[in-house]
Ligand binder design. Sequence first.
Ligand SMILES: Cc1ncc(COP(=O)(O)O)c(C=O)c1O
Length: 383
Amino acid sequence: MDPKRVMPETVAAQALGWIDESTRAVAPPIHTATTFVRDADNQYRSGRVYARDHNPTYDQAEAVLCALEKGEHAALFASGMAAATAAFLALKPGNHVIAPKVMYWSLRNWLANFATQWGLQVEFIDMSNLDELKRSVRFGKTKLVWIETPANPLWTITDIAAAAEITHAGGALLAVDSTTASPVLTRPLTLGADLVMHSATKYLNGHSDLIAGALVARESSDYWTRIKSVRAQLGGTMGSFEAWLLLRGMRTLFLRVEAACRSAQRIAEFFDDHSLVDAVLYPGLKDFPGHNLAAAQMMGGFGGMLSIRVKGGEAAAIRTAAGVEIWKRATSLGGVESLIEHRASVEGAGSPVPPDLLRLSVGIENVDDLIDDLDHALIQGQA
Ligand SMILES: Cc1ncc(COP(=O)(O)O)c(C=O)c1O
């Protein structure tokens, strides 16, 4: 299948239409081999030596990711964190990098601690304010700007095209954590970004049964070669079964994300006027600060993630989370089942998250069931 001649839904549903040539099977085999036979004249004409670098079960999933993100290269990793940290470890100690103040907390902690001790100069800024980005990029010193949009868990939107222009003018590369948007809603490489990162644990796989990560690069570069060696040498590689599972999950990506977007919009609108809710944070609401930008940048929906700020503060928020039956009280996002969590408890000290905030990951259940369940829980939460 030529991905240029079909729509992305078709690419995902048929995993690029590949069949297994030896059996004509429509689902690919799982290659468990760790090593590959060398030719008698000491060559490796197959191009495969050892599975830490060359696992054949990755090929189809990586090709689908390239087609969906419109990139030239993709690499699967053992987790989203393995993918994200590889993007930083492929830089050099002494390099300056810029990241958002509001972003996935575990990566923010890693940047503030490990990466800084390793020698990166990490600067956290307000990424919704591009003047601040302009002021922070240091020509010749800044090598990577990292953005996340919509950003956890306040769903701040960053203008990818404008950030790419500023970053490139400063001689640096732009990487986007596009986990919450997924390639269904945003394709950062087509907007000028150089690298896209996914926690494939979330929407790409979609069933809360796999930890996985991926990077997709716009084009070949020394930086991409270094990322691939970080993966091979640090060994943060995905198992064969996991790569197969990810490919299976991606076949239903569009249906799942579209359903989650529709329901999230309904839920956001319902609770926006609710007497027990102080604020709903969702890019699909017209009065959300990044709404117009999100409407221009995101395609066909505003995502399945939103947050609500509960009247009565932290205690009421925690009691509300305790009162749900259909929503599952759990961290993570992007699965078929809806999740609710008191985010500040997860992030701990130093978190920018307000204590009355509940983060919601909307799944594919009946939306009225989700609304009723949360409505009852909010009433119980005030007790
Ligand atoms: C936006 C975002 N980026 C990165 C990660 C890290 O991914 P993983 O848990 O697969 O390592 C997560 C996980 O929650 C996330 O939500």
